[in-house]
Ligand binder design. Structure first.
Ligand SMILES: C[S@@+](CC[C@H](N)C(=O)[O-])C[C@H]1O[C@@H](n2cnc3c(N)ncnc32)[C@H](O)[C@@H]1O
Length: 235
């Protein structure tokens, strides 16, 4: 299935703005989401080209909400979509969006791409992403642009925040409680996927992970993988 790649031929005069390689990633990553009755949120409308792309991908039963700071974007609403006007760093505005349209299965941040925008939206919206949902941030190369609050290994860039999330996700497993305590995100983050300019964080609510040993179809669970390092902040 090449829905996103093929969509390029189906575009009309409403401009779509994506990096070319996102289309193939979305075709692979989102194939099981096609036609599903989901709640979807995209930050960033611009000329409105992505509204029909997402609507036709998810189908008529999905609820699709779009946000933009530019009031002109309201006129780009099409059937089956809602466009709300506001700032992605305005936490009161985001709370109202969540109350009205959430919780969401998929969130795409294609807004202003500045560090405070990406981080504030992520912090505010992540708790309202459903279990097994995806949080997608586009154009994360801005993490390397000083004008956007980034820079190489810049403390507080969105990419650095996501690298820290990789540590949090693994915080079950070490004994260095003093420098690397258990982080609650470990119970929610299933994966942090880094692509060129795209970060995808997958949510999966879980209790402590465990190992299994299997013989003759008989499965034995073990929590030794956690206890082996004598992690004090979990037990
Ligand atoms: C890259 S464009 C969106 C492109 C669109 N998603 C697409 O796929 O064609 C970025 C949009 O983000 C909006 N934007 C910039 N800063 C914002 C903010 N603080 N809050 C909400 N939207 C913002 C801009 O007005 C612009 O329309």
């Amino acid at each position: 299935m090449k829905y996103f790649r093929n969509f390029l031929k189906k575009t009309d005069d409403r401009m779509l703005m994506k990096m070319d390689h996102y289309l193939d990633i979305y075709d692979r990553l989102l194939k099981d989401w096609r036609g599903r009755n989901i709640r979807f949120l995209e930050i960033g409308v611009y000329k409105g080209g992505s509204l029909r792309m997402w609507r036709d991908f998810f189908g008529p039963n999905a609820e699709l909400t779009f946000l933009d700071i530019d009031p002109a974007c309201k006129t780009l609403e099409i059937e089956g979509t809602t466009v709300e006007i506001g700032d992605q760093t305005d936490t009161d505005f985001l709370a109202k969006i969540v109350e009205k349209y959430g919780p969401f299965d998929i969130i795409v941040d294609d807004g202003g791409h500045k560090m405070d925008q990406q981080k504030t939206s992520f912090r505010s919206l992540w708790p309202h992403l459903k279990n097994n949902g995806l949080y997608i941030v586009e154009d994360t190369h801005t993490s390397y642009w000083p004008g956007f609050g980034g820079g190489f290994r810049a403390k507080g860039s969105f990419i650095e925040t996501c690298k820290a999330l990789v540590d949090h996700m693994h915080s079950w497993y070490t004994d260095q409680d003093d420098i690397f305590p258990f982080h609650a995100a470990a119970k929610q983050v299933h994966s942090v996927q880094f692509y060129d300019s795209l970060v995808i964080v997958e949510k999966q609510l879980k209790e402590a992970p465990f190992s299994i040993s299997v013989q003759n179809g008989e499965v034995t669970k073990s929590d030794k993988i956690l206890k082996v390092r004598n992690r004090k902040s979990i037990f």
